[in-house]
Design a protein around this ligand. Structure first.
Ligand code: E4P
Length: 218
């Protein structure tokens, strides 16, 4: 399973890369706005840190402008995945860019039928948003299960299921059990996965007992 960092925080991205926990990065206009930084140079910097796909989202909603934005973003680095919204115009952009070999991440997916359309449009990634579905009282993970079933039924589809809007480690566990290709999550959620109280307790005991031996390994 691949881990993408859903952030534009360069230190957090480097930190995950150093631990071998970074397979890609996703951003969106809200993440960029929060960073307070210039979009294009920031994305370029991220592509230099991360070898895997870096999703950069178009800002317009009409076909012609999204195409121009997508082409500009594609030119920034070889590992750019252009992120487009799951609209009719967005899927038309997806079809055009993916036909030219550009990776496209179709975002804001909330139904299995939308995911079916994205696969037909040649998306490299479909991003179903589990947390936002949970927020409105629906089962976000059921969407992942349905999308995976549909894609498995049609082996000609090559779209990877990228679980997005991840809020807690349980989303990652369930994604892994279902066999989702990728999860994208805030670095803080990946950090939570390291923790277990028995690990802390066990380590404390080992450190104490080792001190009693009076030895040093070095
Ligand atoms: C995915 O690519 C999105 O950027 C992201 O996961 C959205 O998450 P949110 O619902 O926490 O904003």
């Amino acid at each position: 399973m691949k881990f993408f960092a859903d952030t534009s925080d360069l230190d957090a991205i480097k930190d995950l890369a150093d631990c071998g926990m970074l397979d890609g990065v996703t951003t969106n206009p809200s993440i960029i706005a929060k960073s307070g930084k210039e979009f294009i140079p920031l994305i370029k910097e991220i592509t230099e840190i991360c070898d895997g796909p870096v999703s950069a989202e178009v800002a317009s909603t009409d076909f012609e402008t999204m195409m121009k934005e997508g082409e500009k973003l594609t030119g920034l680095a070889d590992n750019i995945a252009v992120k487009v919204p799951l609209t009719e115009a967005g899927l038309k952009v997806c079809k055009n860019l993916s036909s030219n070999g550009t990776m496209v991440n179709v975002t804001l997916c909330f139904s299995p039928l939308q995911a079916l359309l994205a696969a037909k449009a040649g998306a490299s990634f479909i991003s179903p948003f589990v947390g936002r579905l949970d927020d409105i009282g629906q089962e976000g993970m059921s969407l992942i299960s349905e999308v995976l079933t549909i894609y498995e039924n049609y082996p000609d589809f090559h779209t990877e299921v990228l679980v997005a809007s991840v809020r807690h480690p349980q989303h990652i566990l369930e994604s892994a059990l279902l066999g989702a290709d990728v999860v994208t999550c805030p670095p803080s959620v990946i950090k939570q996965m390291y923790n277990h109280p028995l690990t802390d307790k066990g380590l404390e005991g080992f450190v104490k007992d080792w001190a009693k031996t009076g030895q040093s390994i070095l």
